[in-house]
Design a binder for this molecule. Structure first.
Ligand code: ZN
Ligand code: ZN
Length: 141
């Protein structure tokens, strides 16, 4: 059961790196300070990581409870920002001690004058749906 998750960041493993982590190739940048499963990470990556990255799973540190937004990826397939036209990016993180995924889609331009971002969703596809839902001028009149 636990093996279904990335040994480093704790995300459920996926089939290809575009969508997340595959075994032996964590997509989290930067690498988390503490690993989800330190011993398994050493096995899968065939190297000894710094012991400081071993997390105490019995007493998770507060920083683990809601990790920083990461896993940022440009999303060419999505509509661009409706204001500045920059391509959208997706961001993900884990909350509640590794168990809950959180996703959002936002404008990829840090200098966007509006900086639109979706609400936070548990499912990546729901965040996409929110980002892609645009009203035309006729619909809003
Ligand atoms: Zn990972
Ligand atoms: Zn924008």
């Amino acid at each position: 059961m636990q093996d279904e998750r990335c040994a480093i960041c704790g995300w459920p493993l996926v089939a290809d790196t575009d969508r997340g982590c595959v075994r032996g190739n964590c997509s989290m940048r930067p690498t988390p300070e503490t690993f989800y499963d330190f011993d398994r990470a050493c096995l899968e990556y065939e190297k000894e990581f710094d012991e400081a990255r071993r997390s105490n799973k019995e007493a998770p540190t507060p920083s683990v409870l809601t990790s920083k937004w990461g896993r940022t990826a440009q999303r060419d397939e999505l509509k661009p920002c409706p204001f500045c036209g920059t391509k959208a990016i997706s961001q993900g993180r884990l909350a509640n001690n590794w168990t809950e995924e959180q996703w959002r889609i936002q404008c990829g331009n840090p200098f966007c004058l509006v900086m639109c971002v979706t609400q936070t969703f548990a499912l990546f596809d729901d965040a996409v749906r929110a980002w892609e839902s645009r009203r035309t001028a006729e619909e809003t009149e």
